[in-house]
Design a protein around this ligand. Structure first.
Ligand code: AMP
Ligand code: ZN
Length: 473
């Protein structure tokens, strides 16, 4: 199979041609959400772009297996192993158990993904499912001399590695994004950059979920889950690992450290990172600024797919600033686009030559470091081109396998929605007028008949001082 896709590999700091370990197959892993709260639309920017990457791979013919974890234990409020477990924080906030919180926000996450047409990965595995595997890997790391016990916790010894900062070409700024609030020195660590693999005796005495381990009752650190879950489902060699740029350090750096120390060989060849969605306060986060969720955006009248289009129109390697003005512009563009496609006739012949020319242009745009806005330009170009409507329709349907904007169905759905409601409303208002006239004529039998006729259609009339009002029964 031809390897035509190129994208930016954070590990080599270059746009590189993608060559998988096994021809035609892709082993892909995505860091999933920490399910202590709703995902904000910044988190979802990362998942939208990862979805586009996965769908591009499938579109150009790869057989993809994609795995995602769900972080339901061990992610502390600072990525540098300090603060409280985020899950516990969520449980306290809502007076629920950690598992209740995890279930609720995992379901909410996938409901949001569905609204944004983000495909669910082939395998989704919560961290709390795999505690035995974590313990096994930590035991192996201790046996190999890469991990040590100190103050009751187990730490990874970064000094044992030839190179720890594998993403060191990243700017200081990028390295620091993950290291957030209240970073405190942990006196148990041999080296400043060491990180926790397993917590036992620590200041987190009230941790709700704890498991037996060779080192006592405790719970895993955050990073170990992604190494174990990916190996469980994808084996020892991985092609692509994804996340937002704040995952580069320390999370992905630590994943590589422990995975390669454990395996004794290189683990993952390509690292794909999506830049942040920002707002006036900088990086959008769950802890500061306005907490923007899909539901909030929807409640303000925006179609979630307009947000998807907003993400696609910007390159994944650039920060993207959110604003409602931008969403307004996107809404206008989206409505126009789907109306145009919705109006295309499917009758007639699909011109094979033209179809292939535009399909190739579309693929070429995506294969050029996932240039989605260029891919959308190809869509506009083909809509303007002098080719049959059936060809245009077929191309739009095909492009939507990657863009996932409901290009061919959105307009009909909108029409159906407003069509039914408008017609029904007109009918109700006519009947109300007729009933008013009947009452004036003192034809109460007729007035009652009209009321009953509407009732049969699920509409209840109410005579109020301001006039007749109606509502759905
Ligand atoms: P979390 O639920 O905090 O573990 O984050 C889930 C995903 O969202 C990770 O891949 C993060 O790197 C990513 N992420 C967090 N904040 C943003 C943001 N403002 N813009 C884009 N991606 C983000
Ligand atoms: Zn991860």
């Amino acid at each position: 199979m031809e390897n035509k896709l190129s994208f930016y590999n954070t590990l080599t700091r270059k746009v590189e041609q993608f060559v998988p370990n096994t021809a035609g197959k892709v082993a892909m892993y995505t860091c999933g959400p920490t399910v202590y709260h709703f995902a904000h639309i910044g988190n979802l920017r990362s998942y939208v772009m990862e979805d586009v990457l996965e769908k591009t791979l499938r579109y150009i013919g790869y057989d993809v297996k994609r795995v995602m974890n769900i972080t339901d234990v061990g992610h502390l409020s600072s990525d540098a192993d300090t603060g409280e477990d985020k899950m516990l924080k969520g449980a306290k906030r809502e007076h629920k158990s950690v598992m209740e919180i995890a279930k609720f926000y995992t379901d909410a996450f996938f409901a949001d993904c569905k609204k944004l047409n983000i495909k669910t990965p082939d395998v989704v595995e919560p961290a709390t499912n795999c505690i035995d595997a974590f313990i096994h890997m930590i035991e192996a790391l201790i046996a190999k001399g890469y991990a040590y016990e100190s103050g009751g916790n187990i730490y990874f010894d970064t000094a044992k590695l030839e190179e720890y900062y594998v993403f060191s070409g990243q700017s200081e700024q990028e390295l620091l994004v993950g290291v957030r609030e209240d970073v405190q020195e942990d006196a148990n660590k041999r080296n400043k950059s060491d990180f926790v693999l397993w917590f036992t005796k620590s200041k987190f005495e009230d941790q709700e979920l704890k498991w037996e381990s060779p080192w006592g009752l405790g719970y895993p650190g955050w990073h170990i889950e992604c190494s174990c879950i990916s190996m469980k489902h994808l084996g020892e060699y991985m092609d692509i690992h994804c996340g937002g740029v704040d995952n580069i350090f320390p999370h992905h750096t630590n994943e590589i450290a422990q995975s390669e120390a454990y395996l004794g060989h290189k683990w993952c060849n390509y690292w794909f990172h999506v830049h942040h969605l920002t707002n006036k306060t900088g990086k959008m986060s769950k802890s500061k600024g306005e907490f923007l969720t899909v539901s909030l955006v929807e409640s303000k009248g925006y179609d979630p797919l307009v947000y998807r289009l907003f993400c696609l129109q910007s390159h994944y390697r650039k920060p993207l600033e959110f604003s409602y003005e931008a969403l307004d512009n996107m809404t206008a563009a989206y409505d126009k686009l789907v109306k145009r496609i919705g109006g295309l006739s499917r009758d007639g012949e699909v011109q094979q030559d033209a179809y292939h020319v535009y399909r190739e242009q579309f693929e070429a745009a995506l294969c050029d470091d996932l240039n989605c806005s260029m891919a959308i330009t190809v869509l506009y170009d083909m809509l303007k081109a002098d080719i049959s409507e059936a060809t245009k329709y077929a191309l739009a349907e095909s492009f939507d396998e990657v863009l996932s904007l409901n290009l061919t169905t959105a307009h009909a759905a909108k029409e159906a929605d407003s069509g039914v409601d408008e017609a029904l409303e007109r009918y109700i208002l006519e009947k109300i007028e007729e009933r008013k006239a009947a009452k004036k004529e003192k034809d109460f039998a007729k007035a009652d008949a009209i009321r009953n006729e509407l009732l049969e259609k699920g509409i209840v009339l109410e005579d109020t001082r301001e006039g007749v009002k109606w509502k759905k029964a």
